[in-house]
Structures are given as structure tokens and as C-alpha cells.
Design a protein around this ligand. Structure first.
Ligand code: HEM
Length: 408
């Protein structure tokens, strides 16, 4: 007979808070993964092995818990609590999600991402130029933070001058995932209002002047007579701005923090830029910016002879599943020449919510890393790398003081 998940004898994870060191947290999760595919945490169950993470993410009875984020955190700000919540593609599920995804997916094809590669290289070169002769910089503020913004502006067809607004609102809105809603509520609301006003203005403009860009494609997105409503369009554009900026910039910073400890791999990438696709997959496997996501059971779900009662929350933990040695041999070794194993790293998720911007993010990182490796040889940290709190939904470096050989 199936066992109820609450009765299972499984590892209990220690309490993690914003101050818990990331290595302590990761070690606890990896220790649990050594003996069990599932562990009990404070808010739900962490799913730790590769096959099980995929199985949960592909099982449509589990819905995205993104919409529950507000309920899962203590928030006393009345204005915040009273605000109507919108469903975005990330928090939608069932038929609503299928419809949205079908309408917008064609606009995110790999070809439109590839078209932007020369532009991406120009952006990256223009960021490296001012520091190239200096031979040192704080990498996060000089390179990571600005990099994705002109690219998202170009993709959407938004004027370049607006990059500062994009950059700020993306970071502030993503504070909802940082586990401190009470402190951040005012900033989040302000950013949501600013973005809303901006996106409506942009859509109005593009309706009267269609161009060759993502926004025009989204406005035209139509399938069998169906169309995005203005509200859906606004929410979709916001999802692209938010999902497409902080993720990529943090992933780039994590990549550099890893390469700084593996100088031979950095030199290898500089001399063999065609290793870029493998290097990106390896960096995302080894140190991904999104380490876990959340799902809740929409009905009683039986899996592996275990019953997960309706409402149970689980966290498919991609950051640990990416170290599953039944899929990735010798997982603790960082190796950009690693042969593809036919099963992808999981930092873009899996199943119906699989990252819509994966082609774009891959292109951005595949362009950036070999260029950086060539123009910043002998890169090393000159001080302590500082990271975001371990509870950050999108994890990344806050400060990476680096030096490198100048003049390239
Ligand atoms: C390295 C960079 C990125 C990482 C690590 C990343 C990661 C993810 C993950 C893990 C999910 C699934 C979440 C879940 O299942 O709950 C997701 C969904 C999504 N991502 Fe990304 N992402 C990245 C870049 C981007 C970019 C550049 C864009 C936009 C251009 C984007 C737009 C989206 C959207 C719209 C979704 C929702 C898809 C859906 O629910 O159907 N992401 N991303």
C-alpha cells in the first residue's frame, strides 16, 4: 500500500534562512541526496535526484507554486496584500498555460536569438573596452549588470535610453523570490507600477508603428483566431523583461566565479572558442543561477508508491540534480570538454514551463564567455567574491573583483 509522504522516514533538512551560508545549504542538500531522492524541508519536500526532478516537472498534476509565493511568506504590508495578482505564463497552468505558451512560443525561436549574436558581441566588446587597458574591474557592475539590458531592448524593440529603468525594475520585482517580502514590498510595488506604465506606452506605440521585433510579433501572435488580450500582452512583455535580465546577468557572474578558480579551463576556452556551447552547459550544470523551483499538488498524487496529498508543496532542486552521478560522471569536476550525455543540465527547468528564453540565454552566454576568455586572459580574483543570500530565487554574485592581463 502506498505511504503518505508525511509518514516517510526521510532526511530532514536543517532550517535555512537568508543568513545561511550557501555552502552549508548545498552540503546539507547533497548529503540528503546521497541517501534519498526526497528530503523534508521547512516549506515542503525537496526533490533531489535527476530522474525525479524531471518526472515532477513533466507531470501536469503538479502546478507551478510561483503564484503561491506571496502566501508562503509573511507580509504585513496591507497595500501589498490588497493588490490584485496577475497570472503570468510562469504562474499559469493547465489550459490557460497551454494557450499562452502556444501563442507566444513561436516568437522565441532559436533563429531570432541567433540573429542577435553579432549585436551581443558588440555589446560585450563595448563593455570590455573601457576596462581592457586597466587590467582589473569589479566584474558584476562593469560587465554582468549591463550586458543583458541592451539585448532585451533590441529584442523587444525598446529604445536603448530606457535601459536604466529596465535594469532597476527587473532587480526590484524579482525581490519577491528573495524571502523578505515584508522589507521589500514597497520597492516591489513601485517597480511593478513603473514597469506597467512603461510597457503600456510601448505597446501603444508599436500598435501604430509595427516593426521587426518581438513586441510586434507578440501583438500579432495569433492562433486559430485566438489572440493575446492587452492585459496578457502587458504581462508577457513584463515576464520577458524580468525573466530575461536578472537570470542571464547572474548566470554570467556565476560562470566567472567558477572560471576564476579554473584558470586552465579559461585558457582552453580562449584557445578553442568552439567549446562555448559545452562551456555554457557545464557552467549552468556546475553553478546554476536558478537552483530550484516550486510545485504544488492539484490533487492527491501517487508517485513511487507514495501519496502526495492535494496541496503538498515540493521543490524540484535542479542545483542538486545537476550533480546526480547516475547522469553526470564525476559531477564535482568542472570540465568544459565534458561529452554531452544526452540528458541536459536542468538549470532551465523541464516540462511545460521549460525556460522560454533558453535559446536567447544560451546565445548570450555562448557569445560572452569565449570573448571574455580571449580579452581577459589570466583572469583571477583579487579579493573575496561576494554572493547574494542563499535564499535568493535567482542566485548570483554581488561582487567579483578581478584582474586580468591588460591590452587585449
Ligand atoms: C541563464 C539564464 C536563464 C535561466 C537560468 C532561466 C531559468 C528558467 C527556469 C528554471 C524556468 C522554469 C521555472 C519553473 O519551471 O518554475 C524559466 C522559465 C521562463 N523563462 Fe527563463 N531563464 C533564463 C533566461 C531567460 C531569458 C533570457 C528569458 C526571456 C527572454 C526567459 C524567460 C522565461 C519565461 C517567459 C519563462 C516562463 C515559461 C513558462 O512558464 O512557460 N528566461 N526560466
Amino acid at each position: 500500500m502506498a505511504t503518505i509522504v508525511g509518514d516517510l522516514d526521510i532526511p530532514q533538512l536543517p532550517e535555512f534562512g537568508p543568513d545561511t551560508d550557501r555552502d552549508v545549504r548545498l552540503t546539507a542538500l547533497k548529503d540528503a541526496a546521497a541517501t534519498s531522492w526526497i528530503a523534508r524541508g521547512m516549506l515542503g519536500y525537496n526533490i533531489l535526484h535527476y530522474g525525479d526532478v524531471i518526472a515532477v516537472l513533466r507531470d501536469k498534476r503538479w502546478y507551478s507554486a510561483v503564484g503561491l509565493i506571496n502566501e508562503m511568506q509573511v507580509v504585513t504590508n496591507e497595500k501589498y496584500k490588497a493588490r490584485p495578482r496577475r497570472t503570468s505564463i510562469l504562474s499559469a497552468d493547465g489550459d490557460e498555460h497551454v494557450r499562452l505558451r502556444r501563442l507566444v512560443a513561436p516568437a522565441f525561436n532559436p533563429r531570432s536569438a541567433d540573429r542577435l549574436r553579432p549585436f551581443m558581441a558588440d555589446v560585450m566588446n563595448s563593455l570590455i573596452d573601457p576596462v581592457a587597458d586597466v587590467g582589473s574591474c569589479e566584474f558584476v557592475s562593469a560587465i554582468c549588470e549591463p550586458y543583458p539590458i541592451p539585448i532585451i531592448c533590441e529584442l523587444l524593440g525598446a529604445p536603448k535610453e530606457d535601459w536604466k529603468l529596465f535594469s532597476r525594475v527587473a532587480s526590484d520585482i524579482l525581490r519577491i523570490f528573495n524571502g523578505n517580502l515584508d522589507r521589500d514590498a514597497e520597492l516591489i510595488m513601485q517597480a511593478q507600477d513603473d514597469l506597467d506604465e512603461y510597457v503600456r506606452m510601448l505597446i501603444d506605440k508599436r500598435r501604430s508603428e509595427p516593426r521587426e521585433d518581438l513586441l510586434t510579433d507578440l501583438i500579432a501572435a495569433e492562433e486559430a483566431g485566438d489572440r493575446l488580450t492587452t492585459e496578457e500582452l502587458v504581462t508577457m512583455v513584463e515576464a520577458v523583461i524580468i525573466g530575461g535580465t536578472d537570470t542571464t546577468r547572474n548566470q554570467l557572474g556565476l560562470a566567472i566565479s567558477v572560471f576564476a578558480h579554473h584558470p586552465e579551463q579559461w585558457a582552453l576556452l580562449a584557445s578553442q572558442p568552439d567549446l562555448a556551447p559545452r562551456a555554457v552547459e557545464e557552467v549552468m550544470r556546475y553553478f546554476g543561477a536558478v537552483r530550484a523551483t516550486g510545485r504544488y499538488a492539484t490533487e492527491d498524487i501517487e508517485y513511487r508508491d507514495i501519496v502526495f496529498p492535494k496541496g503538498t508543496v515540493v521543490f524540484p532542486t535542479m542545483g542538486v540534480a545537476n550533480f546526480d552521478d547516475s547522469v553526470f560522471p564525476d559531477p564535482a569536476t568542472f570540465d568544459i570538454t565534458r561529452e554531452p550525455v544526452g540528458q541536459p543540465q536542468l538549470t532551465f527547468g523541464s516540462g511545460i514551463h521549460y525556460c522560454l528564453g533558453a535559446s536567447l540565454a544560451r546565445a548570450e552566454l555562448q557569445v560572452a564567455l569565449p570573448l571574455l576568455a580571449r580579452r581577459m586572459p589570466n583572469l583571477s580574483l583579487t579579493g573575496q567574491a561576494e554572493f547574494k543570500p542563499a535564499t535568493s530565487g535567482i542566485f548570483g554574485a554581488e561582487k567579483l573583483p578581478v584582474s586580468f592581463e591588460s591590452g587585449h
